[in-house]
Design a protein. Structure first.
Length: 490
């Protein structure tokens, strides 16, 4: 027991301020998360497709792209003319719809024009907008999910909110938007919470390994503390008085009362860095390719481009179960979906989303042990987020593995085996209190999260003060011993 007490004491010296920073920054992050890609922001940077500038067909674009596993083709209205965006598991490329030349964003003028479109769509003032750089990464774009879009055009609107836009040089898409408030609070939230300074986070392996070990050691230290507290609780002779007094008593009581939350939160934070070490990873690209099947791009109807609505800002063709579907989009939350039928040279059955029978056709691609697809209710604990609000999410159960498919885009949203389903509860459940009773009561969930984090902060600060006292005393004892040793020297 003595060994555990000593270990916990010095663990506290090393980790109590780290715990305090995690709890405090967690509160900030709950209200102001780290800036992320937004479909609404991307769509706000598009203009209506000019049909007169579309001289080549989607099939021509796929052939010119050289992408052998192309599964999606988007025709988008950009301020300098419509472009095709062809993507597959192996690569993505942008081509001009007029002549299939490379459509990479290559000038500040075009970038500013896209920013002006975005600003008008959002009701912002872009009169003072300027390009502040063509950057590889900065504090808000260092994450690997933007690797396919680099370098990025960073544009400051110089408006009242201090808005900054980041545009993909590959496609011209608005991939990120930040405001002055979000950036300032981000430093007190996400940057502190994840130890996310740009110079460190840019080195993915080093940062990941550091966070993994730091959170693991923090979990072990918290476990030691809880074990010691429980032993003290059981073995203390109450007639002899309390086990601790003063600040130590507060630390002891807070630790005992909030032990499940503190240990669960630190442990689930450790799991956020799992990346397939202990639990299975999400679906690999091969699974998504199987869902697409073998799309007959060269069989698309010759008259495919004759049906373009004046208000359409994006048309997407995507492969699903060996067939090609078309999505016409005029707004971020609106779409019309149809099946492109080469045999009849027409589009069948315009509607908003895929149906169960079409999802079932994809189930056959995953094997014979797959059940029928069914739409998930909004309250399903494992339901992934679809591309459009209100779009159905379908589940196909193949043995113990579940596949969730977006009814709006046909995209594979998640692959959940037993390991991944357990991870959902041990990480998302414990770390964000993402439990169904609280999901349906967002205000209550916020109150509980803030209250628990404040208690965790109080617990950590009491530990930090105690650790400082211990460290100061130990250093003082060391100096006294040195002085005594020098005094005894001949």
């Amino acid at each position: 027991m003595r060994v555990f007490v000593v270990l916990h004491r010095w663990w506290g010296v090393a980790f109590c301020m780290v715990f305090a920073a995690w709890f405090a920054s967690g509160i900030v992050m709950h209200f102001v998360p780290y800036p992320a890609r937004s479909e609404a922001d991307r769509f706000a940077g598009l203009v209506a497709i000019n049909r007169d500038q579309v001289a080549r067909r989607p099939a021509d674009a796929v052939a010119a792209s050289g992408i052998h596993d192309a599964s999606r083709v988007r025709l988008v209205g950009r301020s300098d003319g419509p472009i095709y965006l062809i993507s597959g598991a192996s690569a993505a490329i942008a081509l001009r719809a007029f002549d299939l030349g490379n459509a990479r964003l290559a000038s500040d003028q075009t970038a500013l024009a896209i920013a002006a479109v975005y600003a008008r769509s959002r009701g912002l003032d872009a009169s003072g907008a300027r390009v502040t750089g063509l950057i590889a990464y900065d504090q808000w774009t260092v994450a690997g999910e933007l690797d396919g879009d680099r370098p990025l055009y960073r544009i400051a609107l110089n408006d009242a909110a201090g808005s900054e836009l980041y545009l993909s040089s590959m496609s011209g898409d608005v991939v990120l938007v930040t405001t002055r408030t979000a950036r300032v609070l981000g430093y007190f939230g996400s940057i502190v919470h994840w130890l996310y300074p740009t110079a460190l986070r840019h080195h993915q392996r080093i940062w990941s390994a550091m966070m993994w070990w730091l959170s693991l050691l923090g979990t072990v230290g918290a476990g030691f503390g809880i074990a010691i507290g429980l032993v003290r609780l059981i073995t203390t002779n109450r007639r002899a008085g309390p086990a601790y007094r003063g600040l130590q008593a507060w630390h002891y009581r807070l630790g005992l009362v909030f032990a499940p939350f503190i240990l669960g939160w630190i442990f689930s934070g450790f799991l956020s860095m799992d990346y397939g070490r202990l639990f299975s990873a999400n679906a690999p690209p091969a699974v998504a390719l199987a869902l697409a099947g073998a799309p007959p791009w060269d069989h698309l109807p010759a008259a495919e481009m004759l049906h373009v609505a004046k208000a359409s800002r994006e048309i997407e063709w995507f492969a699903f179960a060996g067939q090609i579907y078309r999505r016409d989009r005029t707004a971020p939350e609106e779409q019309q979906l149809s099946l492109a039928e080469p045999e009849t040279d027409a589009n069948s059955g315009p509607r908003a989303f895929l149906g169960e029978d079409e999802i079932n056709s994809a189930a056959n691609l995953y094997g014979r042990n797959c059940g029928h697809a069914f739409a998930l209710g909004a309250g399903d604990a494992y339901r992934a987020k679809p591309a459009l609000p209100g779009a159905p999410v379908f589940r196909i159960a193949c043995g113990n593995t579940w596949y969730e498919i977006d009814g709006a885009s046909g995209a594979l949203l998640s692959r959940l085996d037993r390991s991944r389903r357990a991870y959902r509860w041990l990480f998302s459940g414990l770390h964000t209190l993402d439990f169904p009773p609280l999901q349906s009561r967002p205000l209550l969930r916020t109150i509980v999260i803030v209250a628990f984090c404040l208690c965790g902060l109080a617990f950590s600060l009491t530990g930090a003060v105690l650790a400082w006292r211990r460290l100061r005393a130990s250093v003082g004892d060391l100096f006294e011993e040195n002085d005594a040793a020098r005094g005894r020297a001949p």
